[in-house]
Design a protein around this ligand. Structure first.
Ligand SMILES: [Zn+2]
Length: 101
């Protein structure tokens, strides 16, 4: 039987894997020549939060996300949970960009 500590560790690893997977698929989408946009010209990206079961998406203009990738300092989030090690620098409706503090 797994101890609580090792269960917690597995959960943390899952969460990191989730965030890395979101970033990877977002990065691929941002690299497309003509990603699918909505009527306002926004591209739908996956929330880059740490919760492994989060399936929210965030809509941002493509250039904003590309700039965010360039610096590698920022996370795109659906604005439903903040990290203590990050501070919010942009919040627009449900979209939030967090900067590593
Ligand atoms: Zn999320």
């Amino acid at each position: 039987m797994a101890s609580n500590a090792s269960k917690k560790l597995v959960a943390v690893e899952d969460d990191i894997a989730h965030r890395v997977a979101s970033r990877t698929s977002n990065r691929q989408k941002a690299a497309e020549l003509e990603p699918t946009t909505d009527a306002q010209g926004l591209v739908e990206f996956a929330c880059e939060c740490k919760s492994g079961d989060c399936e929210r998406s965030v809509r941002v203009p493509l250039y904003v996300y590309r700039r965010l990738l360039d610096s590698d300092q920022y996370l795109l989030q659906a604005g439903h949970h903040a990290f203590t090690s990050y501070r919010t620098i942009v919040q627009l409706g449900l979209m939030r960009i967090e900067e590593r503090a």
